[in-house]
Design a protein around this ligand. Structure first.
Ligand SMILES: Nc1ncnc2c1ncn2[C@@H]1O[C@H](COP(=O)(O)OP(=O)(O)OP(=O)(O)O)[C@@H](O)[C@H]1O
Length: 986
């Protein structure tokens, strides 16, 4: 392949000068490495670290000896193919030779990054190198004896997580591939056109599946799954050549609690992202023998690697103002890793084979330049507001629970205290009540005792009084009896005296009566003698007189006698009566005496009985009283015993009361102590509550701020959501447009294929003509050489050489254009642009009519940028959604919104009878009119192709013209001027 072709795969060397010259300079100057080396004073962690791994040469087809590693393990010297003179030497952070194991590579290049990632840094390991150099082997191998960097890094992460008991970790894994500028999720292969997004956290793949992994087994499973979905293919250089760039992303979220302002703990989160990038290998189509799709893949790979090289160059150049990250999805994805917020290591894979010396040199140059890229990694630590919010709420709830518990405890204590106090009060009341009862009982007992005593005393007094009364009565009775006795005695004495008096009187009466009777008898005798004398006289007289007197005396006697007899009888009666009376009186007196005696006796008996009775009664009463008194005494003793018992119980109760008082005092003391504790607890609680309230206020303030932030974020998110919805809508519409456009594009491609085949035929014809011209020119050159040898001074040889080179390049381009598959739109576009440029210049030249400078320059690029040409050739590609080429630049800002493409497509189908008109100007149809216009334009398409063919014909005509004429034209210098203005750039 020509130098220009090779330059296409160079990484950034094309930034100055032509690729050929740049490549030549890079390969030939030994000072490149030294001039690009980072300053010695640099800290290694401030730049990309580069490690070279040299794969052992394969047994067949490779000649070892192209590389020699210096003894210091950092330098390497490259020997060009079939040469013994060192071509260039490089110095890296470490060179790992063919004998280096995977473990050596891991410890040198990956372990520090993994440790940084675990500390919240972003880390990247990129494997770069030509195809088959061992990138995938180094990164993804899961062979037991050669475990690659990805499994090792994952194992190290989980090993670290297992050992770290302080932090909490969450690990997510994503695996994507970048295939033909499309990002596909290897864990969700159906997601095949993911988009790269950017936010304040950096660049990320939007919508990529992030699988949470908790152990190495899950990681390996996902790795295996991703590897299965990754695109690989057989090439001449590698049986399992990776046809895509693969990126494994391990996101390690590390949470830790740190003390905040107050006692609160703030959750801080470190988010470390580890990117393990297995870049597809650069390859030369010639060596890899890739054709068709493989060749397209290789071009896409080389293109993205070229952009990567340019980005590395720009990052390494302190004066560079622009880094073309957006030129490829690979560089856009690795933007943070290429000098942004990441610690990056580059593993350059190379092989010690002379056959691949050029590629190895190119890889080493790439690595050498990467060493100059500075990085600015910072720890991605932030407050985990979401978790913090949840934890603060939980803490508040816990605090509330604690407060509630404390309150409940306090309430319980209060209740206990109150219960104790109530119990104490109750006990006190009980004790007081019992005391009162006891006192009352005591008083009652004492009163009872007093009453009983009083009663007893009263009873005794009454008894005494009764006794006294009885005694008094007895005495009175006795006195009365005595008085009566005395009275009776006196009466008896009186009676006796009276009797005696009466006796005396009776005796006197008797004596008087006897004296009266004697005197009376004497008188009566005398009166009888005087009456006898007078009786005798009177006897005489008396006898007379007697007799008369006798008679009268007799009469008188008789009368006297009668009178006397009467008197005597009366006296006698009287006497009898007196005697009777006396006897009666005596009887009476006796009777009275007896009566009195009897009465006395009776009285005495009565009184003695009564006294006895009274005495007995008194004694009985006394005994009863004594018994009563004894009973009373016994009762009193019992009462006293009861009182004593009561006193004892009162004493016991007093003791109990004292004990209770002591207990009460103790309880009061405990209560006081508890109250003290309670107050202390209240104080603490108030303090804690105040602190909690303060914290709560702070948290609430923080929460408010957070809420505001969240609200702002929510607003943003809503905005994003709206824009996402709008984007989704537009994506959907674009998808529909894209579908329609694809359909149109398919028709267009079919048409283009037909046209290209036709052009191919024409091109081959032109090519044959050009070849004939080239052979003719070679003949001319040989003639000129002969002339030069013949010392014919002719300065146009270089021009002829240039002319030949340029022509050769044109021919190769034409050949490449015609043999490239029709699917390779870029190549078609490139050819198209070249042809269009050539045609334009040709027409200009024809217009000028002066046979102006034509030839090789007509294949050089015009000033139109590549993407404009792409757009011009295939504007439908521009309208593809989510594509690097999707920017609809051809639509004016005020263009009306496009109608639904399917409708347009159907309308167009109807209009053109089911066959859509092909055409090159199929810009995104915004209306049916535009679609129809495009269709017409597509029908007019051959006009461009006509100019293309015209350009070829013109080229053929020009190159088939007279060699000397062309030589003269070329020698006029116009070509150099044109070439200077339009340097080909690839
Ligand atoms: N250090 C090494 N030791 C032994 N074999 C290796 C080493 N490096 C690579 N190989 C072998 O070389 C071959 C190619 O390796 P690998 O597929 O990793 O290359 P690559 O750089 O990924 O290629 P591509 O870019 O095409 O994917 C594999 O068979 C691999 O086993």
């Amino acid at each position: 392949m020509s130098a220009a072709k090779e330059a296409r795969y160079s990484l950034g060397g094309a930034r100055s000068g032509s690729p050929t010259k740049a490549a030549g300079r890079r390969l030939s100057t030994a000072d490149t490495a030294s001039t690009r080396r980072p300053p010695s004073g640099d800290r290694p962690d401030e730049r990309v670290k580069v490690f070279l791994r040299v794969r052992p040469p394969k047994a067949e087809g490779e000649t070892p000896g192209a590389l020699r590693i210096k003894p210091d393990g950092k330098g390497v010297v490259v020997y060009r193919e079939h040469a013994t003179i060192p071509s260039s030497d490089f110095e890296f952070d470490r060179v790992l030779g063919p004998s280096a194991s995977q473990s050596d590579v891991y410890h040198a290049a990956v372990k520090p990054i993994v440790e940084d990632v675990l500390n919240g840094y972003n880390g990247t390991l990129m494997a770069y190198g030509q195809t088959g150099a061992g990138k995938t082997y180094s990164l993804s191998s899961i062979a037991a004896d050669a475990i690659g960097m990805i499994p090792r890094a994952a194992a190290e992460i989980f090993s670290h997580i297992e050992q770290d008991k302080i932090h909490e970790y969450t690990v997510y894994m994503s695996y994507v591939q970048l295939y033909m500028e499309l990002i596909q999720d290897l864990l969700r292969p159906e997601s095949e056109n993911l988009q790269i997004r950017e936010n304040e956290g950096g660049v990320f793949v939007g919508g990529v599946h992030q699988q949470e992994v908790s152990n190495i087994t899950q990681c390996l499973h996902l790795l295996h799954l991703g590897d299965r979905n990754r695109t690989t293919a057989f090439t001449a250089l590698n049986a399992h050549s990776s046809r895509s760039h693969a990126v494994v992303m391990l996101t390690v979220i590390k949470r830790r609690s740190v003390a905040g302002n107050g006692d609160a703990e703030i959750q801080r989160v470190k988010v470390g992202k580890l990117f393990l990038v297995d870049l597809a290998g650069s390859e030369r189509l010639k060596k890899s023998k890739s054709t068709g799709l493989r060749a397209s893949e290789a071009k896409s790979i080389n293109l993205s690697l070229t952009t990567l090289g340019m980005c590395i160059n720009a990052r390494a150049d302190p004066n560079a103002t622009h880094v073309p990250f957006r030129d490829s999805k690979l560089t856009r994805l690795l933007q943070d890793s290429l000098g942004g917020n990441a610690k990056t290591s580059l593993l350059v894979a190379a092989c010690d084979a002379g056959e691949h010396c050029e590629e190895t040199l190119q890889s080493l140059s790439f690595g050498q330049r990467a060493m100059c890229v500075r990085t600015q990694a910072v720890v991605n630590e932030r407050v985990d507001y979401k978790t913090l919010h949840a934890e603060m709420i939980a803490a508040l709830e816990t605090q509330d629970k604690k407060s509630s518990l404390l309150e409940a405890t306090l309430l319980e204590k209060d209740a206990q205290l109150e219960a104790v106090q109530t119990r104490l009060q109750q006990e006190q009341a009980d004790a007081a009540r019992r005391l009162e009862e006891l006192q009352r009982e005591r008083q009652a007992l004492e009163a009872e005792r007093a009453r009983q005593l009083a009663e007893q005393q009263a009873a005794l007094a009454a008894e005494q009084a009764h006794k006294q009364q009885l005694l008094a009565e007895l005495e009175a009775s006795w006195a009365a009896a005595q008085g009566l006795t005395e009275k009776h005695e006196a009466q008896r004495q009186e009676l006796l005296a009276e009797v005696a008096t009466q006796r005396q009187q009776l005796a006197a009466a008797h004596a008087a009566a006897a004296e009266a009777a004697q005197r009376h008898a004497q008188e009566l005798e005398e009166q009888r003698r005087a009456a006898a004398a007078e009786a005798a006289a009177a006897a005489a007289e008396a006898a007379a007189a007697r007799a008369a007197a006798q008679a009268a005396a007799a009469e008188q006697l008789s009368t006297a006698k009668e009178e006397l007899g009467a008197q005597l009888a009366a006296a006698q009666e009287e006497l009898a009566r007196t005697q009777q009376l006396l006897v009666g009186s005596r009887a009476e007196s006796r009777m009275l005496g007896e009566h009195h005696e009897q009465q006395l006796k009776d009285i005495e008996a009565d009184w003695s009985g009564k006294v006895t009775e009274a005495q007995a009664a008194g004694e009985c009463q006394l005994a009863a009283a004594q018994a009563t008194i004894a009973a009373r005494d016994q009762t009193i003793a019992q009462l006293q015993a009861a009182v004593g018992k009561r006193d004892d119980s009162i004493n016991q109760l007093s003791h109990m009361v004292e004990a209770l008082e002591a207990g009460k005092a103790e309880l009061a003391r405990q209560v006081a102590a508890l109250q003290g504790e309670l107050q202390a607890a209240h104080h603490q609680r108030r303090h804690a509550e105040a602190a909690a309230a303060q914290r709560q206020r702070e948290w609430e303030a923080a929460l408010d701020e957070e809420r505001q932030l969240v609200a702002a974020l929510q607003t943003q998110v809503e905005g994003y959501e709206r824009s996402r919805m709008a984007l989704a809508k537009s994506f959907f519409e674009n998808k529909m447009r894209s579908d329609a456009a694809k359909m149109i594009q398919r028709h267009w491609r079919q048409y283009r294929l037909r046209r290209i085949r036709q052009q191919q035929t024409e091109g081959y014809q032109a090519l044959n003509s050009a070849k004939a011209t080239i052979s003719s020119l070679a003949q001319q050159q040989r003639d000129l050489e002969q002339r030069r040898r013949a010392n014919l001074a002719f300065s146009g040889q270089t021009l002829v050489g240039d002319n030949l080179n340029v022509l050769q390049e044109a021919v190769e381009s034409i050949v490449a254009a015609f043999i490239l598959p029709a699917r390779d739109l870029k190549s078609l576009q490139s050819i198209k642009s070249k042809m269009a440029g050539g045609a334009a210049r040709q027409s200009m030249a024809l217009h000028a009519g002066s046979g102006g400078p034509l030839g090789p320059s007509m294949l050089s690029r015009t000033s139109t940028p590549n993407h404009d040409l792409i757009k011009a050739i295939n504007p439908l590609a521009e309208s593809l959604p989510n594509s690097a080429r999707s920017t609809p630049r051809d639509l004016g800002a005020d263009a009306p919104p496009p109608a639904a493409p399917l409708q347009q497509f159907h309308a167009a189908q109807q209009q053109y009878g089911g066959q859509l008109p092909p055409g090159p100007q199929l810009s995104r149809p915004s209306s049916y009119g535009q679609l129809a216009q495009q269709a017409q334009q597509a029908q007019r398409g051959p006009s461009r192709e006509g100019s293309f063919r015209g350009g070829l014909a013109g080229l053929a005509n020009k190159v088939m013209g007279s060699p000397m004429d062309r030589l003269r034209r070329l020698s006029s210098g116009h070509y150099q001027q044109q070439a200077g203005q339009h340097q080909p750039r690839y």
